[in-house]
Ligand binder design. Sequence first.
Ligand SMILES: [Zn+2]
Length: 138
Amino acid sequence: MTRRTAIILCLWTSVVARQHARAEETSVDTDFAAVNEIVFQNALHKNKISFSVVDRKEIERITKALVLVPKEPCECEHVETAIFKKAKSEIFVHFCSHCFDIRHGGRNHRYKMPKPFYGQYKRLLETHKKDNPTRRSR
Ligand SMILES: [Zn+2]
């Protein structure tokens, strides 16, 4: 591939991607107000950690921290997920310390990690680990 072709191809791809993003931007669900359960999963640990939050006040604290700012994609791998469950639907998010990606319509809608949310998550994760010490095998 010549350099010129590569540049044209690259420009074309980004234009298509942008149009695609605009078309779907309206349909991505970022309404966390009616969430009644949050299920966190962390696959980093040997024993996959999973815990759920159902306390209304806790849910309110967490969802209030979700101020979403779109961001450029990055190459990191996400082993942490949060499923925000509502009465009739759910919002699936995979995240790391700096990304908050909503999986919707077969693609990722990328946002910057809202720092207070990550802090809350870390706190809940530590509490969960303390309450459920993992037994070492071998
Ligand atoms: Zn990331």
